[in-house]
Design a protein around this ligand. Sequence first.
Ligand code: TA6
Length: 331
Amino acid sequence: MALRSVAMRGQARPSVAAARRSAVSARRAVSVVASSVADLNKKYGIPGSVEFKEGKSGSPIVVLKHACGATAEMYLFGACVTSWKQPSGDEVLYVRPDAVFDKSKPISGGVPHCFPQFGPGAMQQHGFARNLDWAVSTTSADPNPDEKDPSVEVVLTESDYTLKMWPHKFKAVYTVSLHGEQLNLQLRVINTDDKPFDFTAALHTYFEVLEIAKAKVTGLKGLTYLCKAKDPKVPETKTEDRDAITFTGYTDSVYLNSPAHVELEVGTGAAVALDSTGWEDTVVWNPHLTMKDCYQHFCCVENAKFGKSATVKPGESWTATVAMSVVDVSN
Ligand code: TA6
């Protein structure tokens, strides 16, 4: 169900989770792929805050529960967050009806990763990060009873499979946390190789909307964008002149140098606010009639690093964050 009501009790609060993490009841361990949900709970579970379960097709998920009632779920396969619910129970994300969870292909919905290529390009569309199991490295839950922010950190490193496509040693560290009703996502890519590398990336987030005709994306007016609707390999360069982007046909646009704050109105009087650092670009995608059975119900608003690829020297890292919160736009 799309956001029927706005449960947000105030505007997005700045994350304090990182500052507190050193003092939290954290379970820390070296990065290992644990073999079962029971092992994962033993090593990383935090009762009431962080729990591992079997998701669809038996694939492991981690469930974060905030004391305010907000929840988030992420599959370790692809480090794909597939659910983020407000305390009211309203789901904010969208998973397509054709999504499969048996690892035969990336999960189509939620927040899939595009890394190390957004695409199109030399390797498979959107890269390999969404096709691989990420390993749990840390979980935490702030002991402060009012702000018990649950958090999980997962990592992906090179393997024979990735090296064949992208000949670089790396460590990608993805932190997912709930700060009250807000979902915070941080991606850090570390160059563990002895030569620099370049990559493009995105969080390909699917948001549920009441109906696509009522959805609007605001905050992108005046920007140059690459319109990929006709041919994704040869995008047209355009300037956005609309205050609010609406959806009347196939839409696939990469807005370059977008502002830190972008909003998606979902058609119920609520909007999802995206406050990002480091990502630089915003992709807006709706497949319209190319996905007849579901396009009315979602809109992708994606934090991306695409216009200028990221370059990381050996021993250095690139970091980007996004804080997602539900805000009331009914007035
Ligand atoms: O992010 C937009 C986009 O790159 C579109 O060009 C379209 O190809 C879409 O992603 C595909 O997404 P999917 O989740 O089906 O791989």
